[in-house]
Design a protein. Structure first.
Length: 265
């Protein structure tokens, strides 16, 4: 009896970048990465984190330039096609995970995060806050408001702090200047109405005074609203300012008198 033996044909090599039956990516040769502009060490890190060359290109085009960050976003359920909106909303992978836990789609999560909403169930009391709809979500931003929000996010102001400024009518660089001073939006509005600059308001707040107490103390002293910031900025107390005004001295004269007195000491 003759027994025939047949040699098995070798499997065809898989094309770089395609996935094997087990789902693992087949890495492209390093020279292909080099040709796309990746440094050798950088290419190896992308490969080690399980990314093919095209995937890495897509993540970098979307604004994620490091493989470990891309891995975190991927774990959070983001893709190169959805991460850009999340990044523009100021989200982190952790934020994405928290929104995902509540079953919120990526696009809606970015919008709600940008609006300053936290990824958590809304208490009934929060639904009564001005500016929110019945769903507990802030209304959509118009073009000018969105530009202001992006400007504040770019300088590191969190969305939940930036949104109240927008809701109170702050726009552009003025909104950024006040929000950077770690002042509550409502406080900032009052200080601004009293004529304070952001720096002056921050200094007064650091001394333990809030805008309401400043306003009431100076008004009780009889100082007009448009003079409050000038007297404060010149370093006068309410009593000193009231006394000088009764003598017919205005704030500019008082400032000169103080400067001469200080220089003569």
């Amino acid at each position: 009896m003759n027994v025939a033996f047949f040699e098995e044909e070798p499997d065809e090599p898989e094309e770089p970048g395609r996935r094997s039956d087990q789902g693992a990516p087949v890495p492209e040769p390093l020279h292909a990465w080099r040709e796309r502009g990746y440094a050798l060490g950088e290419a190896r890190r992308w490969i080690a984190d399980g990314f093919g060359l095209d995937d890495a290109d897509r993540w970098r085009t979307s604004g994620v330039y490091k493989p470990d960050e891309a891995r975190e976003w991927r774990t959070a359920g983001a893709t190169p096609y959805t991460v850009d909106r999340m990044l523009r909303a100021g989200m982190t992978p952790r934020d994405a995970v928290r929104w995902r836990e509540f079953g919120v789609p990526a696009a809606e999560a970015a919008e709600r995060h940008l609006a300053g909403e936290d990824p958590r169930p809304q208490r009934w009391t929060e639904r009564l806050r001005p500016g929110r709809s019945r769903r507990g979500v802030y209304p959509a931003l118009d073009e000018q408001e969105a530009a202001t929000m992006r400007a504040m996010l770019r300088v590191g102001i969190p969305a939940e702090k930036a949104r109240p400024y927008i809701d109170l009518g702050w726009h552009g660089t003025e909104a950024v200047a006040w929000a950077e001073r770690s002042l509550d939006a409502g406080e900032a509005k009052l200080f601004h109405a009293l004529g304070f600059s952001p720096a002056e308001a921050q200094r007064v707040a650091a001394q333990g005074s809030d805008a309401i107490s400043v306003m009431t103390d100076w008004w009780r002293a009889g100082v007009p609203i448009d003079e409050v910031s000038a007297w404060c900025g010149a370093g006068f107390t309410t009593e000193e300012a009231a006394d000088l005004r009764r003598q017919g001295v205005d704030v500019e004269q008082a400032r000169v008198m103080r400067a001469l007195t200080d220089s003569g000491e």
